[in-house]
Design a protein around this ligand. Sequence first.
Ligand code: ZN
Length: 283
Amino acid sequence: MWGPTSSGSPGYRHSGRCDWFKLLTVALPVGLLLAMVLALLMFETVVWVRYVIIFTPGCFALVLGGLASPLFRYAHCRNNYVAGAFACVFASAMYLGYYQARMVASGGLPMAARIDLLPMFIRECIQQDTIVEERPGLPDKVNPANPTLNWLLFAADWLIAARCCSWLLVLLNRRCYCEQCGRWMIRKTAHVAPGMGEMIVAAIAAEQIDSLPDSIPNVSLVREVTRVHIDVEYCPGSEAVSAACPAYFSVRSSSGLIPNYLVKQVPLSPEEMAGLAKRLEFR
Ligand SMILES: [Zn+2]
């Protein structure tokens, strides 16, 4: 059936479809609202702490991506390009909204509706903003305004915000989807000892799941740092129509921030699913 590694294996692929009605009438306005709220919080944070180049817009964009993620699940969005494009729109609204908040702070509440003045205000900020260098044991060094550098940093921060938001949103939107039932799948995970992942993959690839031990216990999440995660994803409706809905199986190690997949979202037959459920402690 499928090979022992994820490369070239016929794994799950998003269909690319979306519920455009829900996307445009709910996800878009709510996402923009979230972006506005985070723009205000970003402005308040900068007032009380400081604007840190790259770091401040990047962190707020990650929060925005995390908060916006459920909106795309609600809109049944199985298209990473669409999700990424919407994330860029949200991140841009947040980043430019931060400048809008600065404009309101300097010109008063009526400025909130004057989006037409925003380009001019941003140009003024770029001309005047100074970069403060923190020096351990010494007073902060205030550099004179450098419009060229400020334009470059303005573009870099905008790009970072868009990239961070779209990256997290796409990362969180990886769950499999049952096209037959129109539902996101349930994911359950077992945590097994190193080495068990390869054994399970080999047994399923050879269609010999009965060769596995009768019980494969979970390892301690505290003591076993290099544990292996066995994920199964199945349709919520599969209990009623077990053979009709697909199921998928992944094996990944937990070392590092980026998961290292041995196999990723490869198809699982109902018999294999039942065999794994009998042996592993999925939670
Ligand atoms: Zn289904």
